[in-house]
Unconditional design. Structure first.
Length: 145
């Protein structure tokens, strides 16, 4: 069992530093959702800017954080919609999960996401494409809406 499932209280709140220097509460996914996202190979994402268009993406979980990254780099349409934060819906197994995206381009988040992508998708011939230097800056953290 990976450490992200270990002891996450379902009603816990984290704090998220904001541009104004303060910290604001940030909701956290529950253990069941984290487990599902960890175990899924692919999800589809719909942004509020383009709700009629679903794009299949990879998703990883590191501790209690959920990360996505655009394999097309900054050219990815869904990424462009969410690059500065934004609302989207993940779809998987007939479920819909409303999420808020936030840039996660600091070195620690980028490295954590890269390690998870390489671990989770190690058997895919495309695994190294999601950790290329030119796409690292498209790492986003997803939080529940």
């Amino acid at each position: 069992m990976r450490s992200f499932i270990s002891s996450i209280p379902q009603d816990s709140l984290l704090t998220n530093p904001s541009a104004d220097g303060g910290e604001h509460p940030m909701a956290q996914f529950d253990q069941q959702t984290l487990r599902k996202l960890h175990d899924l190979k692919e999800v589809t994402i719909r942004t509020t800017k383009h709700p009629a268009s679903a794009v299949t993406i990879w998703v990883v979980v590191s501790d209690a954080d959920v990360f996505v990254r655009s394999v097309r780099g900054t050219k990815g349409r869904w990424y462009k919609d969410l690059a500065n934060g934004g609302l989207a819906t993940l779809e998987f197994n007939g479920e819909q999960l409303a999420v808020q995206a936030a840039p996660a381009t600091d070195a620690v988040s980028t490295e954590r996401a890269s390690q998870e992508f390489l671990s989770k998708y190690r058997t895919s011939p495309y695994a190294t494409s999601i950790v290329r230097a030119e796409v690292l800056g498209t790492t986003l953290r997803l939080d529940p809406q």
